[in-house]
Design a binder for this molecule. Structure first.
Ligand code: ADP
Length: 285
């Protein structure tokens, strides 16, 4: 019985127990490490596969988009010949029909351009051609274009810009595309009688561009998702509003390539603001 165990024997028994436990712990640790290594290797392999699949996907998108462009150019070319009467006279109804076809072809062209741009940026970083520019100058054409789109949809559009805006180093083509994309969304997601505003502001050493609408808005928990490629808030919005879900993914990439970030502020049912800042060029004003 317990009373008979000598102190030495007890110490030894305890030491043995401790040693056994330590060994068991070491074995368990080694097993755990091995498992972590195995899982890490598995995950790495899966990640590599995923990257390969992604690359393949954007190559496919690139190839298909280029293939789509050629026949579409033919369609657009012949429609143009028809509507100008070069292929013989058309009656009024035929002219109207051909105009609808021309508009649809133009829309397809834009979607294909988006896809091509997307596949290019997906394969690597966005390459920029930076030049000093004044925002109000590069916005002239797109403001005219969006004014027309907005008035067709009975949406009020205004462009606000201070008389003096500092020069900014930017890729004019990509920034115009970005702002047009944001304005196009703003008009698209705003019901008739709503308003869309493009505003340029000087804030410290930055020029801020914001695109504001009084449209359907976006719930806060969706702010990150809408910048994912092919993401659209819901299936029904796809049918109701059209689009590819690529616009914002590209907008984000282009703005980030300029060393800035795109911000969104929105309240469902009230409207949204998308905005970004560009650093004023220190060389000139
Ligand atoms: P697309 O417009 O082609 O669907 P985008 O990438 O431009 O794709 O936008 C992704 C989604 O974000 C849209 O489908 C829409 O659900 C939402 N969204 C974008 N802009 C707005 C806006 N101004 N107001 C409300 N929802 C918007």
């Amino acid at each position: 019985d317990l009373g008979c165990i000598s102190r030495e024997a007890l110490d030894q028994a305890i030491t043995e127990q401790i040693l056994q436990l330590r060994n068991a712990l070491q074995t368990a640790n080694r097993q755990l490490e091995r498992r972590v290594q195995e899982r890490t290797a598995e995950l790495e392999a899966a990640l590599q596969k995923l990257e390969a699949v992604n690359k393949l996907k954007s190559n496919i998108v690139a190839n298909i988009s280029h293939e789509l462009r050629t026949p579409l150019t033919h369609i657009a070319g012949y429609l143009e010949l028809m509507v100008t009467g070069d292929l013989g006279p058309l009656n009024e109804e035929q002219v109207r029909t051909v105009r609808v076809l021309i508009r649809s072809a133009e829309r397809l062209e834009r979607l294909i351009e988006d896809l091509i741009l997307f596949s290019v940026t997906e394969r690597g970083d966005v390459s920029l051609r930076l030049q000093p520019a004044r925002l109000q100058d590069i916005f002239v054409t797109l403001v005219e274009r969006i004014r027309q789109v907005a008035s067709e949809r009975k949406v009020n559009f205004e462009f606000i810009c201070p008389p003096v805006v500092p020069i900014v180093e930017l890729d004019a083509e990509k920034i115009s595309w970005t702002v047009y994309q944001l304005l196009d969304n703003a008009v698209k997601f705003t019901p008739p009688n709503g308003a869309v505003r493009l505003q340029v502001e000087n804030i410290d050493s930055f020029v801020q561009v914001s695109i504001q609408d009084t449209g359907i808005g976006i719930p806060a928990e969706r702010f990150a998702e809408i910048f994912e490629p092919f993401y659209q808030l819901d299936g029904s919005s796809t049918r109701k509003y059209g689009g590819t879900g690529l616009g914002l993914a590209l907008v984000k990439k282009i703005i980030e390539a300029h060393g800035s970030k795109i911000e969104v502020i929105s309240t469902p049912g009230e409207g949204s603001i998308f905005r970004f800042r560009l650093k004023a060029s220190p060389r000139a004003t």
